[in-house]
Design a protein around this ligand. Structure first.
Ligand SMILES: C[S@@+](CC[C@H](N)C(=O)[O-])C[C@H]1O[C@@H](n2cnc3c(N)ncnc32)[C@H](O)[C@@H]1O
Length: 286
């Protein structure tokens, strides 16, 4: 039985998913090429996923694509080498995922499930890695974090890429004039659902309470302007994103204006506090 919010998200995405063309070429360069773009939150998420994969010595290495959408990210994780499980509340998205995986051969098996983030049908401690892209801001975060904590293995890592609320800038963004010039009301065209909302400091606090080992990397400051000056679909690196990245390193608190975050959380056990185990990478065996 879905909550009202879940039902609205599902209805929205059953429509939105029909606009996705699974036969369109999927860009695998963020995981297959040598190039890295630490200034781009999506590329950074793939890079961290790849790095975590390479640090694990058992096989297969399992990854849960949390709110997988149409499956292009799941394919990227699979190309890294992960055994991917993806879930989404939207059946049409799960169909798209299966179609993508039938078009692209992968070495590892993948499975896709229709379910809600707030009640997952997986046993405790099932996954080495959980990655979610643009998903926490669509769900009940407290309930979803409980499930993440439950299904993630001890010493596992979870990585989320999410939009962040920046009170000062968002207040400006939501003035009548700005809304008129650049509408941000719910619609299929703008890909905005009635219930989504950017993560705020309270959400980050809640996540940190459950996972004290948490890092937040913020980006998207000047590069907010990219959507007005770059051609849609331009795949080249953005010089505004690079500027943000370097300014964040040089100017204190600059990154606090960031409208996007990569959130990295680790599920620690008592064993991981024994100093030599993490250093020798042995903690994954406990
Ligand atoms: C912005 S899309 C992101 C999809 C995918 N991660 C990507 O990057 O393409 C949000 C996704 O969340 C899914 N969704 C929304 N609410 C959900 C819930 N409560 N449980 C599971 N999936 C949900 C939607 O169906 C949609 O696929």
């Amino acid at each position: 039985m879905l909550t009202e919010r879940q039902a609205r998200e599902k209805t929205y995405y059953e429509q939105y998913a029909l606009t996705f063309d699974p036969t369109k070429r999927i860009d695998l360069s963020p995981v297959e090429g040598k190039e890295q773009r630490p200034w781009n939150s999506y590329w950074r998420t793939y890079e961290l996923s790849k790095r975590h994969y390479q640090s694990i010595y058992h096989t297969p290495v399992s990854l849960l694509d949390f709110g997988c959408g149409p499956g292009d990210n799941a394919l990227r994780f699979s190309k890294i080498g992960y055994q991917v499980t993806g879930f989404d509340i939207c059946e049409e998205n799960v169909k798209n995922c299966r179609e993508i995986f039938s078009l692209y051969p992968t070495d590892e098996s993948a499975r896709f499930v229709v379910c809600a983030a707030e009640s997952l049908p997986f046993p405790d401690h099932s996954f080495d890695t959980i990655v979610g892209i643009d998903i926490l801001h669509h769900v009940d975060i407290a309930a979803a974090m409980n499930e993440i904590h439950r299904v993630l293995k001890e010493n596992g890592i979870a990585i989320f890429r999410e939009p962040l609320d920046v009170p000062l800038l968002d207040r400006l963004r939501n003035t009548k004039l700005m809304k008129k010039l650049f509408p941000n009301t719910p619609s299929l065209d703008h890909h905005i659902t009635p219930d989504e909302r950017k993560l705020n400091s309270e959400d980050l606090k809640l996540i940190r309470k459950m996972f004290p080992d948490m890092e937040v990397e913020r980006s998207l400051i000047l590069s907010r302007l990219d959507k007005f000056i770059r051609q849609p679909g331009d795949k080249r690196a953005s010089w505004l994103e690079k500027m943000d990245y370097f300014l964040s390193k040089l100017v204190p608190y600059w990154s606090y204006l960031g409208g996007a975050a990569v959130i990295i959380i680790r599920k620690k056990t008592l064993m991981s506090f024994i100093p030599l185990l993490p250093i020798l990478n042995l903690h994954q065996y406990f």
